[in-house]
Design a protein around this ligand. Structure first.
Ligand SMILES: [Zn+2]
Length: 220
């Protein structure tokens, strides 16, 4: 049910935005709001309005996220909130880069995530049907409703996921990350687009080498 809704919503919004949600993880999808388009770096989150738009889509794409009490209430989309989200994004990018390059994480980046995790705490709630469920509560509702689900997604990725399945796209010009959920565990590219671009660059280089080789051959 949830999945069907997500797919139709994605279609309704067109293909451009769905390209933003290909990583398989809410935390990585935030990192991927910085991308390279035709050789130029592009920031999808360049205003509070764009953050609001991205967040609505992220909610639809990640029904598996941790839910924070009051998340259905309106959020005040301020520059301050945008800066807080970008700070977490930067810490996550550095952490993921270090992980895929098999370097140690820095204390500052972990601390940036820990500060967000400390915005909230787990608690118990009774549903209308009488079941007891776990929900997160945020000390700072304004920041917590966005930053907590992201930090908790990162928490799972860093502590519970398989490290070998976290990748940066193999296209050297691309800066997107993804978590490989394929059965074979052999995904190397963020998207078919990147796979095709890399193949054509490779073909171009092959042709260039062959041409150079022919030029080197003595004329008869
Ligand atoms: Zn890519």
């Amino acid at each position: 049910m949830t999945k069907e809704r997500t797919v139709s919503e994605t279609k309704a919004r067109g293909t451009e935005s769905s390209a933003l949600f290909l990583s398989g993880s809410l935390a990585l999808d935030l990192v991927n709001t910085e991308m390279v388009v035709r050789g130029k770096k592009r920031d999808v989150l360049s205003s509070p309005d764009e953050l609001s738009h991205w967040w609505q889509e992220a909610l639809a794409h990640h029904p598996e996220r941790e839910h924070v009490e009051g998340e259905e209430l309106a959020i005040n989309w301020t520059l301050e909130l945008l800066e807080a989200v970008k700070e977490v994004r930067q810490a996550l990018r550095t952490l993921c880069t270090h992980l895929v390059e098999e370097q140690a994480a820095t204390a500052e980046d972990l601390e940036a995530l820990n500060r967000v995790l400390s915005l909230g705490y787990q608690s118990l709630q009774q549903t209308a049907q009488g079941a007891i469920i776990a929900v997160y509560r945020a000390h700072d509702q304004q920041k917590g409703r966005i930053l907590l689900p992201i930090a908790l997604s990162a928490f799972r990725l860093l502590t519970e996921a398989e490290r070998q399945r976290l990748h940066k796209c193999k296209n050297e010009r691309c800066i997107l990350f993804f978590y490989d959920t394929t059965k074979s565990g052999t995904r190397q590219w963020c998207s078919l687009g990147c796979l095709n671009r890399s193949r054509s660059i490779h073909r171009y280089q092959q042709i260039k080498e062959q041409t150079l080789q022919k030029q080197k051959e003595p004329a008869r």
